[in-house]
Design a protein around this ligand. Structure first.
Ligand SMILES: [Zn+2]
Length: 146
């Protein structure tokens, strides 16, 4: 899901905050970082700095170790992302990274792709490609937005 997005004021200097709670779980920290860094090969977006204070971040990734229905992760608007227990315990490593990249895509202003483009997009609404990098449809949308 996605909600209202404020266009990033400095998309080539995106600062991000990662909830220290991710560090409690072996692989989660690196999988969460992949969600941001996956966008850096695009020329329009650069995640440049992990900040330790949430208020200074453009994209904020919070972890709640509880289930929230069927939700793996959600962008709540304005760069605020929450990951839930279902993301950590039910997905493969690759799917965790793909989901991180997807939900950060929402924070960057991307909506779900049309289903015919599912194979070419992190932003498919359902299911996984088992690829954690920006695909052709994603790059085209980023170029349109930024
Ligand atoms: Zn989505």
């Amino acid at each position: 899901m996605y909600y209202r997005v404020i266009k990033l004021s400095h998309p080539k200097k995106v600062h991000y905050w990662v909830d220290p709670n991710f560090k409690k779980y072996a692989n989660s920290s690196s999988h969460i970082l992949r969600g941001s860094l996956t966008w850096n090969p695009t020329s329009e977006i650069q995640f440049t700095k992990e900040v330790s204070v949430i208020g200074g971040a453009d994209v904020k990734m919070e972890y709640i170790d509880k289930y929230s229905g069927d939700t793996y992760a959600i962008h709540k608007g304005n760069g605020n992302i929450t990951f839930y227990k279902k993301w950590r315990v039910e997905l493969t490593n690759m799917q965790q990274k793909e989901t991180s990249a997807h939900v950060v895509g929402h924070a960057l202003g991307l909506k779900h792709t049309q289903s015919k483009n599912n194979q070419n997009s992190l932003m498919r609404q359902f299911g996984f490609n088992n690829k954690d990098w920006a695909l052709s449809d994603d790059k085209a949308e980023i170029a349109k937005k930024h």
